[in-house]
Design a protein around this ligand. Structure first.
Ligand code: AMP
Length: 292
């Protein structure tokens, strides 16, 4: 039977759920080689001192806090709900969702103060209780482990507190959101003692550099284009890239080739402006990893 490697640090990820596919993809993108198939409880990386444990995601904060594993990748919502002492190292920019208060559309309820004295169903009892206490609204929190969104129709609750990403599940059940308890995304968390261990810290730092490279790359597009010499100054200031764009001459003295990186959030505006300034043959590609 395969065994954990004593020199390896341990990372817990969700075995089977919403975060599983993106998490595995991220680990592979940062160059980790490991075998994974459904029945496995853990994988040993062949080319990095890391073992990956596949567990229920509700258990991840506890495993990390107790030192069963050094690291975990889990939704921030579960870290908050667990109330455990773990160190958040790096939000990973996927698994975005919000924990929201929602009520039946026909209820006429518009704010959380109107929930005073009513029953609220949720799978996040600790976060929910804390939220209403902070807002000084007395509610009766009922813990439900699944399908929270059907509880108002069943007469079990007057409102729910549940995770929402697109809102389609709320709509399907005739519910409308009235408040956000917290926003969440997938995140890398660590056992506080592990990051004080010099050996483990060095491995964790190497892993985080790789994660950061992938996260930074997602914010940019790589662009190559031909520009008339007259547009050079404009292009240099509009698309500064990481430091300044690379500008190369072409066989035609009036035209140059520019290589640069454009931020994803301003990409379309910049492309339109570049075209107005005479840019041609604009080639765009995604960047897989970026280290600045
Ligand atoms: P699940 O596999 O359904 O247990 O979800 C795993 C994690 O995915 C949750 O703990 C959240 O962090 C995240 N997530 C993102 N969007 C949603 C959503 N609409 N509903 C539930 N979880 C979500």
């Amino acid at each position: 039977m395969a065994k954990f490697n004593g020199d390896h640090i341990k990372l817990a990820i969700q075995k089977d759920g919403r975060l599983t596919e993106d998490t595995r993809a991220l680990l592979r993108t940062v160059g980790l080689h490991f075998e994974s198939y459904k029945q496995r409880l853990f994988s040993i990386c062949r080319n990095f001192p890391l073992d990956i444990l596949y567990v229920r995601d509700d258990d991840i904060p506890e495993y990390v806090a107790e030192g069963v594993v050094d690291l975990g990748i889990v939704g921030q919502n579960l870290v908050v709900e667990s109330g455990t002492k773990v160190t958040e190292l790096l939000p990973l920019n996927y698994g975005h969702c919000s924990l929201m208060v929602a009520v039946p559309a026909e209820s006429g309820i518009e704010n959380i103060q109107q929930l005073e004295g009513l029953k609220i169903a949720t799978s996040y009892p600790l976060t929910t209780t804390k939220y209403f206490a902070e807002h000084k609204v007395n509610v009766n929190v009922i813990t439900i482990s699944g399908s929270v969104e059907i509880t108002p129709a069943l007469g079990v609750s007057s409102a729910i507190v549940d995770l929402v990403s697109t809102g389609s599940s709320l709509k399907l059940n005739d519910l409308v959101p009235i408040a956000t308890v917290l926003d969440s995304q997938s995140s890398l968390i660590a056992n506080p003692t592990s990051i004080e261990n010099v050996y483990k810290k060095a491995i964790i730092d190497r892993l985080m550099t790789r994660f950061r490279g992938v996260l930074a790359a997602a914010d940019y597009k790589y662009v190559m284009m031909n520009i008339p010499r007259s547009a050079l100054e404009y292009v240099s200031t509009t698309t500064p890239g990481l430091k300044s764009p690379t500008v190369l001459p072409t066989a035609d003295a009036e035209w140059m080739v520019v290589h640069t990186a454009i931020r994803e959030d301003m990409f379309w505006d910049v492309i339109e402006k570049l075209k107005e300034h005479g840019a041609q043959g604009i080639l765009v590609s995604s960047i897989e990893k970026m280290f600045v």
